[in-house]
Ligand binder design. Structure first.
Ligand SMILES: Cc1cc2nc3c(=O)[nH]c(=O)nc-3n(C[C@H](O)[C@H](O)[C@H](O)COP(=O)(O)OP(=O)(O)OC[C@H]3O[C@@H](n4cnc5c(N)ncnc54)[C@H](O)[C@@H]3O)c2cc1C
Length: 420
């Protein structure tokens, strides 16, 4: 679930900027200049938030409730930045104040830098939000946003004082934000977070029904993770391109790391068809805050749709007999054959005693539905804590119906298997 702290931190910086900007405007600035430069400043601060979030630092995961949530905020902040930048562009006074030399003004690069920044921002945003573009193509093009950020800094730092007073109260805040943003940009752009990558060798590649289990043996230390967390998997060797995120499906105490990958596109197909034991893999993580053990509620409903089982698989594999939670695991798959690890789940549920497994197969007309849960669960829906992972339409539908039944949003935890 998206945590409030991170959003409040962004809101606090924006509020501080607005107070400083409106409270201490330079004498030479008319109301229109003050208003439109404020919008430009807000756009820049939102871009900075977006850049800072792309560092994937652990601290921000804590503030926002996980990397997937950080990427959601990254996307929304970027979109609003573009909207504010456009309004700033159309609203900012175009006529030069009296006494201003037009030739001297034309020599200042601020306007062309701003214009270029805006054009790239709008194109970049169009690309960023376009889900039809394949991820492997999308990722390098998204890097154009780094250029936009630098152009925007150039735009306001070279702006004449009649538009931007560098050493005004709000100007200093923007300069501090630019310094932080540039450090964050260099950090993410040059992949410094990759330094935390841990080497593994491939021990086995097991073909499952429409999925592949990859078993990894640590070269040195095993990574430290909690059930439900995910990591970026980067196969070493030619043609394997970028790292891909996968939930760790093994339990923390195991001496091997396991990922279960549904065959969805080029990369996951290549894993199934070409990945060989003995190869090298770098694993970067763990990330994510999909942690059912931390939740206050002891009565939990786990809803897994298809490959969305993986976080629950790790949780079940890690669970010890005597766990005081009461768990209903609803596992929705197309048909029994598609329900990977079903036998293991049944055996674990029988062994643990506190887990009720409810497999549902859509081919048999059984779907995960809130009205059915209401009928069959021993207690009212509002008394449970919900953890859901699966296809977006399924999660959105269940969430809507749970809210209709009065279940608090705070009791619903979801894991999205996509960042875009
Ligand atoms: C937090 C998280 C946990 C995940 N856990 C699992 C899991 O346990 N099992 C599983 O089967 N799948 C999981 N996924 C999904 C998995 O990452 C994608 O299915 C896989 O990367 C698809 O790659 P592809 O090239 O085969 O398919 P494509 O057809 O290229 O991509 C399919 C989808 O995956 C996204 N995607 C592709 N490449 C990347 C990438 N490098 N980084 C981020 N997103 C990408 C695309 O945006 C697209 O929506 C998880 C995703 C996330 C974000």
């Amino acid at each position: 679930m998206l945590r409030q702290q991170g959003l409040l931190a962004i809101a606090a910086v924006l509020a501080l900027f607005i107070i400083l900007h409106l409270g201490f405007p330079p004498d030479a600035h008319g109301p229109r200049t003050t208003g439109t430069t404020m919008l430009g400043g807000i756009a820049f601060l939102l871009m900075t938030a977006s850049v800072v979030l792309s560092t994937r630092l652990d601290l921000f995961e804590e503030l926002f409730g996980g990397l997937d949530r950080m990427y959601q905020v990254h996307r929304v902040a970027g979109t609003f930045a573009a909207v504010f930048a456009l309004v700033h562009f159309f609203g900012v006074p175009k006529d030069l104040p009296e006494g201003m030399d037009p030739v001297a003004n034309a020599l200042v690069p601020s306007a062309p830098l701003g214009m270029l920044g805006l054009i790239f921002l709008v194109i970049g945003l169009f690309v960023a939000l376009n889900r039809k573009i394949r991820y492997s193509r999308w990722r390098p093009t998204h890097k154009v946003m780094a250029l936009v950020y630098v152009l925007v800094i150039g735009h306001f730092m070279t702006a004449p004082a009649i538009f931007f007073e560098r050493f005004s109260a709000s100007g200093v805040l923007l300069i501090i934000a630019a310094a932080i943003g540039m450090v964050a940009l260099v950090y993410s752009l040059f992949g410094m977070n990759r330094r935390t990558a841990v080497p593994f060798t491939i021990e086995a590649v097991n073909a499952l029904e429409r999925a592949t289990e990859v078993v990894l043996k640590p070269v040195g230390d095993m990574i430290d993770f909690k059930p439900g967390q995910f990591a970026f998997v980067e196969v070493q060797g030619k043609g394997w391109s970028e790292p891909h995120p996968f939930t760790i499906s093994s339990a923390p105490g195991e001496d091997r790391l396991r990922f279960t990958m549904k065959v969805l596109g080029d990369w996951t197909r290549k894993v199934r068809e070409e990945l060989q034991p003995g190869g090298e893999v770098m694993v970067r993580g763990p990330y994510g805050r999909f942690d059912a053990a931390r939740a206050a509620g002891r009565k939990q409903i786990w809803l897994a749709g298809g490959i969305g089982l993986t976080p629950f698989l790790s949780k079940l594999r890690a669970m010890q007999p005597g766990d005081d939670r009461h768990i209903h695991l609803v596992y929705a798959a197309r048909e029994e054959q598609d329900a990977i690890f079903l036998d293991e789940l049944k055996a674990r549920a029988a062994e643990l005693g506190n887990v009720t497994l409810i497999p549902l197969f859509s081919e048999e007309g059984n779907f995960a539905r809130v009205d059915k849960m209401k009928e069959n669960l021993p207690d009212p829906l509002g008394t449970y804590e919900y953890f859901m992972c699966g296809p977006k339409p399924m999660i959105d539908g269940l969430m809507k119906d749970l809210k209709k039944e009065g279940v608090s949003r705070k009791s619903i935890h979801t894991e999205a298997f996509e960042f875009r």
